[in-house]
Design a protein around this ligand. Structure first.
Ligand code: LIP
Length: 266
């Protein structure tokens, strides 16, 4: 069972809408079941787990046999060529604090390539979608990234890991970057950072340490909006570094990140 990119997107949109409704209802009941993962600040809530279970159930109904990779319970074994890549609540710390910047992110990967993706801000209801070669959209509008061409005029979003040693290195990178760009924003959800970059609410985004579920859907949205989504020095986007920037400043920002060792450190 494979399916066209548009068919896979239809499933992704149906599922993220239902999952976002559950996550919103659970938030309104109050956050519960808070636990930690890699460090004392790397939190997971009962809602993360419940939302992932719900998405898995919905996908099992709609796409029996497909593989699902989710942040909270890993990868199931599927039989077909389609893998769903899920972050049930991206921006969990924002969810914990009630900051309206957290999303359900779901991508469909067919034969190893992400071909469809949907990201839905649970709090605002804003929804970004994309298919490979079909463009990126929000509210029926085709998205284009920023036209900025000067690094000093570039508003850059980024994020930080949970381990103190990595955060210390990332702080040194940001301290060097801050004087040479317009400003920095740390909004707390990679998926939404990528969607914001896709429509120019920020000009660019970079982060070290992302997992595939953080950026699979949002990275397609950004790429389909015309941004270059890469790693550094010819590497693909991944845990070492993900950079999403419009062609006008990708090279300048890339070179600054290389100079500041943004992909380095612990
Ligand atoms: C989050 C990312 C964010 C990063 C956070 C965290 P989570 O994902 O979306 O960009 O800076 O540290 O990793 O844990 O909320 O799914």
């Amino acid at each position: 069972m494979t399916g066209t990119s548009d068919e896979l997107l239809t499933v992704a949109v149906e599922v993220v809408r239902a999952a976002a409704e559950l996550a919103r209802d659970l938030r309104e009941q109050g956050v519960s079941g808070v636990a930690t993962k890699s460090t004392a600040t790397d939190v997971v809530t009962a809602a993360d787990k419940a939302t992932e279970r719900y998405v898995r159930d919905l996908l099992r109904e709609r796409r029996p046999g497909d593989t699902v990779l989710g942040e909270e319970s890993g990868q199931s074994t599927g039989t077909g060529g389609v893998r769903w890549i899920l972050d049930p609540i991206d921006g969990t710390v924002n969810y914990l604090y009630g900051l309206p910047q957290y999303a359900v992110s779901l991508a469909a990967e067919r034969d190893g390539e992400v071909v469809a993706g949907a990201v839905r801000n649970v709090a605002s209801g804003e929804e970004w979608t994309a298919t490979r070669g079909g463009g990126a959209h929000r509210a029926g509008r085709k998205l284009r990234g920023s036209a900025v061409t000067e690094l000093g005029q570039t508003l850059v979003a980024t994020g930080f890991g949970y381990a103190a040693a990595r955060r210390a290195h990332q702080a040194r990178v940001v301290a060097q970057l801050l004087p040479v760009v317009r400003d920095i924003r740390r909004l707390g959800s990679a998926a939404l950072d990528l969607c914001f970059a896709a429509e120019g609410r920020v000009d660019a985004y970079f982060e070290k340490g992302l997992n595939l579920w953080d950026h699979a859907a949002g990275g397609l949205v950004a790429a389909e909006a015309g941004l270059l989504v890469t790693g550094l020095a010819g590497a693909p986007p991944g845990p070492d570094l993900l950079l999403a920037a419009p062609p006008g400043i990708h090279r300048a920002l890339h070179d600054a990140l290389v100079a500041f060792d943004a992909a380095g450190g612990p």
